[in-house]
Write a protein that binds this ligand. Structure first.
Ligand code: HAM
Length: 410
């Protein structure tokens, strides 16, 4: 009997996982620079956290949650996203005093129909900026996502931006869109007809009904004064730091907690049907929905699986600084000692697991992408090693005490 990973999940193995490690490093460095502390929350939560937080008539809650009862009969759900978890955690911790900025990275779970770039277990890197209603917070979060893609070498990214207004704006808009949709009821899909009463705005991003809603009224044309001022400030803020964005009036996002700003990053060179490599928005009502005090918030999540697919540096293997080879069996202990010293000095170093022919060791070094092979032979007793560059084949003798500095300086 053999087993396979469950449908819609992936094993990510070396060397592919080198990209993931690098992406994680880039993310951590960026979040530290921007001042976002690390937040770790459980992978499962009380089902109500997501049912209420994400919203009852979203696809995520209606169709995609991995929900189960534990042995004591509690209904738990594997997190389909982490914003609701982070807000739940902050409410539990006593609320947000002043502003609170945090970052996370990890697997999320949605029972979706799997295809390229759309999985049942997928990975997000996200940030949440809590306690600030300022448009400057929106701009900062949007910039962080943009820089992440930039640093990973994802080219030709379109930042799509929209505002869906405040609840009162949306209540007024809802009547307008409802009237528009009711007139075209017969042409709409079953799902969209069902949404006319519950959540008509969501019909705007229905793929099945794209033609019918192509000239529908949009929320950005029905903003109140405050939401309009906020949106203008976000756009001006992005312009001021040189981040290009396009207004996408039909962008409404798939989760119910948003108000005002919503955005997505779409790599244009990426051919998969699932195009957004990340997205987010403002969610000033979410704390109250989850039983907390009114607290504004804005955040984003980047979809790592999709970013990998869109990344120019995909599959790049990490380079070894050196491969230590032994000339014969008697030099294995010396080789191991040198490997240990070089690794302690911070270099990336590999060696064989036992003596093999020198030719086989060179082949191994080449396969692993080593820059240098350090050959340990009898000159080791005089404090010397032979170092060969795999790039140009040049060979020289280097004193062991200078070896790590020498390699670093090359
Ligand atoms: P989301 O748009 O549902 O937002 O997910 C963010 C990103 O996760 C998407 O743009 C996509 O790249 C990736 N993603 C979503 N579902 C899948 C899937 N099935 N397979 C592969 N990748 C996927 C959120 O989750 C919000 N929590 C973002 C946020 C944070 N808003 C405010 N704060």
């Amino acid at each position: 009997m053999t087993f396979r990973a469950p449908k819609g999940t992936n094993d990510i193995l070396p060397p592919e996982s080198d990209w993931w490690r690098e992406a994680h490093r880039v993310w951590d460095a960026l979040c530290e620079q921007f001042g976002y502390g690390l937040v770790l929350t459980p992978i499962f939560e009380d089902t109500e956290v997501f049912a209420r937080g994400v919203g009852g008539d979203t696809e995520v809650v209606e169709k995609q949650m991995y929900t189960f009862d534990d042995k004591a009969g509690r209904s738990l759900t594997l997190r389909p996203e982490q914003t609701a978890s982070v807000v739940r955690a902050q409410i539990q911790a006593g609320g947000v005093g002043s502003r609170f900025k945090c970052a996370y990275w990890g697997p999320m779970f949605r029972y979706e129909r799997p295809q390229k770039g759309r999985y049942r277990q997928f990975y997000q890197a996200g940030v949440e900026y809590l306690g600030s209603a300022s448009p400057e917070a929106d701009v900062e979060v949007i910039e962080l996502g943009y820089r992440f893609l930039e640093r990973l070498g994802v080219e030709n990214v379109e930042l799509r931006l929209n505002s869906i207004g405040d609840p009162a704006d949306r209540a007024a808009y809802r009547e307008v869109i409802r009237a528009f949709l009711n007139e075209r009821r017969d042409a709409l899909s079953e799902d969209s007809v069902r949404r006319i009463d519950a959540n008509p705005m969501r019909v705007l991003d229905s793929k099945a009904d794209a033609e019918v809603v192509a000239d529908a009224p949009t929320p950005v044309d029905h903003l109140g004064v405050e939401a309009q001022t906020h949106f203008d400030a976000v756009r001006a803020g992005l312009d001021a730091i040189g981040i290009p964005s396009v207004l996408d009036p039909r962008l409404v996002r798939g989760l119910d907690y948003y108000n005002r700003t919503v955005f997505e990053y779409v790599p244009l060179g990426y051919d998969a049907a699932q195009s957004a490599a990340g997205g987010g928005g403002r969610y000033d009502g979410l704390f109250e929905v989850l039983g907390g005090k009114p607290t504004p918030g804005v955040g984003l999540a980047m979809g790592l699986d999709r970013i990998e697919l869109a990344s120019a540096q995909r599959g790049r293997t990490s380079q070894l600084d050196a491969y230590v080879a032994s000339i014969d069996e008697s030099r294995r202990t010396d080789a191991r000692a040198l490997v240990s010293r070089l690794r302690s000095s911070g270099l990336k170093v590999e060696t064989a697991d036992q003596h093999r022919s020198v030719k086989a060791q060179f082949k191994d070094a080449d396969r692993l992408g080593a820059r240098f092979v350090v050959v340990i032979g009898d000159e080791f007793d005089d404090g010397m090693a032979t170092v060969r560059s795999l790039a140009d084949g040049e060979q020289r003798s280097v004193a062991l005490e200078n070896l790590s500095e020498w390699i670093t300086s090359q």
